[in-house]
Design a protein. Structure first.
Lengths: 273, 107
């Protein structure tokens, strides 16, 4: 593939991934395959872009205190365990059937998120800048919506949310993508976590998932080093841009953008099968 | 906002940040350094030929794989200092799951 196009694709997908908490591999891998890259080479490049995008977004999202690490760690245990199970049985699952299921899930998540109007978690005037961040010992916290608006939130329906995370992890293990496009909607629509917190937390957790995947791909010799370096350089810039954009956009704008991208992912998956 | 009638207080009067916030600020700085290092290594791997390029590519993968694992380990230690026992346990479980995943997939 043309190096300039590869870099542009990695930049764009990492930016969108960091903005919406999607990871980005679910977008980059189909684009690379459609451009003629072999799937066994495209999958590791997808994970390189996810890992780089996650690292790039971290300083901005930590500075904004958007990431709920406790929620991320709690859900990632389930996600990583399911991803391991998925990887172990991936040989017996039809990739065509998997693409159809993933495409339908992405479109359903887009419809559920896109239909919702307004902001679910409202600002509390009693809260101030010192309250922003996680609440120790809980899956709750406060995030800053505007200059003088501070919003409390708490993860709800946690067992059901963990089922969603297990599904995302299973799909990650089966398909080699990070599953962020399921994790973020599961966090917002099932657990009622604000979209910006959900996206930032997913960007943190997909970095963990991709690290394990990259370790395996490296051991299997499936990473083309020069392409991986180019993808990483572009994704590091894209992830930084995506995180900064996310910091400036309103939650409904992020949610609408996420819905549009999820529809694109769904269509891409249904078409490429 | 601090207008002319509201001068900034001297720095010693500013409230001390919470321990967790201070630790997250340190973690953010470490990840910022890792980001810059990864970017330099990525450029080296993509554009520098020969041994320097090869070493840059391997070092880049080490940074990309190591950064999230370091982050989880850092958080677990941070929560241990805060005596947030439930999440220390969860952090340790996640590190164990990651180690097991790496080992099983390797084998």
């Amino acid at each position: 593939m043309n190096p300039v196009l590869l870099a542009l694709a990695a930049f764009a997908t990492a930016a969108i991934g960091a903005l919406g908490g999607l990871g980005g591999a679910i977008l980059l891998v189909p684009v690379l395959v459609l451009a003629g890259v072999e799937p066994r080479i495209a999958a590791p490049l997808g994970l390189v872009s996810v890992a780089a995008g996650s690292l790039a977004a971290a300083p901005q999202q930590l500075g904004d205190r958007l990431v709920n690490h406790r929620l991320g760690v709690a859900t990632e245990i389930v996600g990583s365990s399911a991803a391991l199970a998925g990887a172990l049985v991936s040989g017996i699952v039809s990739q065509t059937a998997l693409s159809v299921v993933l495409g339908l899930v992405a479109i359903a998540a887009a419809i559920v998120g896109g239909r919702r109007k307004g902001v679910r978690n409202l600002p509390d005037p009693a809260l101030g800048p010192d309250d922003v961040g996680e609440i120790p010992g809980t899956l709750a916290g406060v995030y800053q919506l505007g200059p003088d608006e501070f919003v409390p939130y708490r993860a709800r329906r946690v067992p059901l949310g963990l089922v969603g995370m297990a599904g995302a992890g299973l799909i990650a293990g089966l398909s080699g993508v990070s599953g962020g496009f399921i994790r973020t909607p599961a966090s917002t629509e099932v657990m009622h976590v604000p979209i910006k917190v959900a996206a930032a937390t997913t960007t943190f957790t997909v970095g963990i998932t991709s690290a394990v995947g990259l370790l395996v791909f490296a051991a299997q010799g499936r990473i083309v080093p020069s392409d991986a370096a180019l993808v990483a350089a572009a994704a590091l810039v894209g992830g930084t841009v995506g995180a900064r954009l996310q910091s400036r956009l309103s939650p409904p704008a992020v949610r609408r953008g996420l819905s549009v991208v999820l529809v694109a992912i769904g269509v891409l998956l249904l078409v490429k099968r | 906002m601090n207008g002319p009638d509201r001068p900034m207080p001297p720095s010693e009067d500013l409230p001390e940040p919470e321990p967790e916030l201070r630790d997250l600020a340190v973690l953010a700085r470490i990840l910022q350094v890792a980001l810059v290092v990864a970017f330099v290594l990525a450029l080296g791997g993509a554009f520098v030929p020969g041994r320097v390029g090869d070493v840059s590519e391997v070092a880049l993968l080490v940074v990309l794989i190591g950064a999230p694992v370091l982050r989880v380990a850092w958080l677990t230690v941070d929560w241990a200092r805060e005596r947030d026992r439930v999440f220390v346990g969860l952090g340790l479980v996640l590190l164990a799951v990651l180690a097991a995943s790496g080992l099983i997939k390797f084998l």
